[in-house]
Design a protein around this ligand. Structure first.
Ligand SMILES: [Zn+2]
Length: 445
């Protein structure tokens, strides 16, 4: 049961498919031309033109940035491991589950429990804030009863993106296929079960990549990063005696072991023949949250130098405090990533009561909350009416404006103040019906 009404798959899937080709093309271009390189580094001793960085900036060419990042941060394997997908579902849909309940109330409780689990994956693990709510009739799971959803936001292009959905199917399918159980209250009576269905897709990875990544590559939240801290030995010169080098590397290994004992997922980059600068850029591209540098100077001061991937902030930690300070720093990075994204989402979620402000708000990369009648024909009209006449033109920030109309993202469970039932009208000026809720609309994937 794929979601036929969902149009949002195409953009991400297309980007993933084209990624390899585009990256190869970009690399070729970078070698033959003198393109400005963002976040790049040259390999020591090798071809000085060898580029590992992304050749465009996230702000100026988001689609190209995403395509290159997927390749260069070696994310492609995530996407290509999805061959064995559930028959009939979109390939990106990784886990699908169904359940049956005796009553509507029990079914509803579960729908919301599952939604909360999914929201937790986004917020607690991926540091991606989401708005929880209910889909409109137009956007709900076709044939279902109602659909709950959590919706994320990509500040770079101002688009909403559906995070995950959890559906109440109601009794529609159990009546269709006569799925019944004995009524435990009334012997002999039969009940058509209340069914639910939910699924989480690998889109979670795409949302995280698009949200946190920067011109140097991937930025992984510590909780989901396979390697949380990478130790890079520095200052090891040809002049160093083999004994001194050996002693230094032993201390590096002690640092690794103590961090491992503190449950930090840590590794050492002891590759020979690469400059520290190359290694820095390489691990930045892969998004490892914390870089730890250890050189003879650090050893003399009994400290380890660090650099945060998310902010670039640098500092030093005394070796005997590593086991407490590194986990604390990883926690701070996790929280800061979330806070930054949350601030961006909140400041770009505009509550509007004037129709004239809707399209300019979309053009300024916002999503909007508007009083809405929740009627499907009205939603169709809103989509038509909000297609920007400036689509394709270059906006004030030098980037092309999209022409796409807005669709409803969700009816948030947490409703803002200011809507008077029986009084406030739907914001669509052609509609005239009463508004039922503040509904979140936006251009979306
Ligand atoms: Zn309306």
């Amino acid at each position: 049961m794929a979601e036929p009404q969902e149009q949002s798959k195409s953009a991400l899937k297309k980007a993933e498919k084209q990624a390899k080709m585009a990256a190869a093309k970009a690399e070729k271009a970078a070698k033959t031309a003198t393109l400005p390189v963002v976040g790049g580094a040259a390999k020591k001793g090798g071809d000085s033109k060898e580029i590992i960085g992304i050749t465009v900036s996230k702000e100026t060419d988001f689609p190209q940035w995403y395509q290159e990042l997927v390749i260069k941060a070696e994310l492609v394997e995530y996407y290509s491991e999805e061959k064995e997908h559930v028959e009939g579902f979109a390939p990106e849909l990784a886990w699908v589950t169904k359940a049956a309940h005796l009553t509507e109330k029990l079914a509803e409780e579960e729908v919301l429990q599952i939604l909360e689990l999914y929201a937790g994956v986004y917020e607690q693990l991926l540091a991606v804030p989401v708005v929880r709510g209910r889909k409109t009739e137009n956007e709900k799971f076709a044939g279902g009863y109602w659909t709950s959803t959590c919706e994320a936001y990509i500040p770079t292009n101002g688009r909403g993106i559906q995070g995950a959905t959890s559906h109440a199917l109601g009794q529609n399918f159990s009546k269709m296929f006569d799925i019944i159980v004995e009524d435990p209250e009334k012997k002999g009576d039969k009940i058509h079960v209340w069914q639910n269905s939910w699924g989480l897709s690998t889109r979670v990875i795409g949302v995280m990549v698009m949200l946190h990544g920067d011109d140097k590559g991937l930025v992984l939240p510590p909780r989901v990063s396979k390697i949380q801290a990478i130790i890079i030995p520095v200052g090891i010169t040809a002049k160093m005696s083999p004994e001194d080098k050996d002693t230094h590397m032993k201390r590096v290994d002690e640092i690794r072991a103590s961090l491992k004992s503190a449950k930090v997922r840590v590794d050492v980059d002891s590759r020979e023949g690469y400059t520290p600068g190359f290694k820095f850029a390489d691990w930045e591209m892969k998004g490892v949250p914390l870089r730890l540098e250890f050189g003879p100077k650090d050893a003399a001061n009994s400290v380890v130098s660090y650099a945060r991937r998310d902010t670039g902030a640098k500092g030093a930690i005394p070796i005997d405090e590593l086991v407490t300070q590194v986990p604390a720093l990883l926690q701070t990075i996790q929280q800061d990533l979330y806070n930054k994204a949350d601030e961006a989402y909140k400041s770009h979620r505009l509550q509007l009561t004037e129709w004239e402000k809707v399209v300019p708000a979309l053009d300024s990369r916002n999503v909007v909350l508007i009083p809405f009648c929740e009627e499907p024909p009205c939603e169709e009209r809103i989509k038509e009416m909000t297609k920007s006449e400036h689509g394709g033109e270059v906006g004030p920030d030098g980037r092309q404006l999209p022409s796409m109309g807005m669709k409803s993202l969700c009816i948030p469970f947490e409703q803002p103040q200011g809507l008077v039932q029986g009084e406030t009208k739907c914001l669509n000026p052609e509609c005239g019906k009463l508004a039922k809720s503040w509904t979140m609309f936006g251009r979306s994937y």
